[in-house]
Write a protein that binds this ligand. Structure first.
Ligand code: ATR
Length: 272
């Protein structure tokens, strides 16, 4: 039986084992998928041991995405752009491929919700790994422009410096307080909602959007979604679909099968 793991710290509440078992069942495959909590210094040796032991792949979550990036022998373009790896493919010849499926998870979820990206103005709030990972997949859909704003503006500037030459649409950065104008789609990639905080952006900007997407999720709407709704935004979406979507893309890389996500998404939502 092919073996997979999700590795993180903490990892107790990870939904990945459940999601991947559902994908496997729905596509008539038998896999084992477990979770493993590690310390940073154990990461590289553990992965090599798991690979020698027949492990076929891993999902990587906080705080290991950067060490996984460094460990991989080969990186996909989207992993290079993200500077982080959330999926490892462990080949039998001992080589390790690193990929990043987070951006595809986001783009797939936006498409499932019929959110138009092509020719639209996109604002990304936040400049951590989650923001970085979604720039390339979003840019492939040819938006009119992407603006990245962040509390620490230097991090947003760095993303523009690193990725501008890889994409052919206008990419710019600014501080949260300097965001102005109107945007069609606003994506909150910050961890602010998890602590019930709102990014300090002018409400007129938020209220101008057709769609506000929060990468966070919980058992009810996030504070960012509630804020956007109150300001008149018609469509607000949380990040649960992105979570299931990134898992589906990892599963596809490993198993060469694209799993259906709709039913599992509903099951997970009902369990929140
Ligand atoms: P991830 O890898 O999930 O993106 P991260 O790298 O820790 O996580 O990044 C978290 C992001 O959320 C950052 O952009 C952070 O802003 P700073 O770079 O200024 O720290 C942003 N963030 C977290 N809490 C925030 C808050 N209350 N208001 C605005 N931005 C916040």
């Amino acid at each position: 039986m092919d073996k997979y793991l999700v590795i993180g710290n903490p990892i107790e509440h990870s939904k990945s084992p459940f999601i991947h078992q559902q994908f496997a069942q729905a596509s008539n495959q038998v896999i084992s998928y477990g979770k493993k909590k590690l310390e940073l210094e154990e990461f590289a040796s553990f992965i090599k041991m798991f690979q020698r032991d027949g492990g076929k792949g891993c999902n990587i979550t906080v705080p290991f995405k950067e060490v996984a990036f460094k460990l991989a022998d080969e990186l996909s373009d989207r992993a290079k752009a993200a500077g982080a790896v959330n999926t490892l493919i462990l080949n039998e010849d001992g080589s390790i491929i690193g990929d990043n499926t987070d951006g595809q998870g986001l783009v797939g979820d936006l498409q499932n919700h019929q959110v138009e990206i092509t020719n639209q103005r996109i604002l990304i709030i936040g400049a951590g790994g989650a923001a970085r990972g979604c720039i390339l997949p979003l840019a492939k859909l040819k938006p009119k422009e992407i603006v990245i704003c962040n509390r620490t503006v230097e991090k947003a500037q760095q993303i523009v410096t690193d990725l501008d030459s890889h994409i052919d649409i206008p990419l710019s950065s600014c501080a949260l307080s300097d965001v102005s104008g109107t945007f069609d789609v606003i994506i909150n990639s910050t961890s602010a909602s998890l602590s019930n905080h709102l990014p300090a952006i002018c409400s007129e900007v938020i209220g101008s959007a057709k769609c506000c997407y929060d990468m966070a999720y919980g058992d009810s709407e996030t504070c960012f979604m509630i804020w956007a709704k109150d300001l008149g935004v018609k469509q607000t979406i949380d990040g649960l679909g992105m979570l299931v979507g990134q898992a589906a893309e990892s599963f596809r890389l490993w198993r060469n099968v694209t799993p259906a996500t709709e039913d599992i998404l509903q099951t997970i939502r009902s369990q929140l």
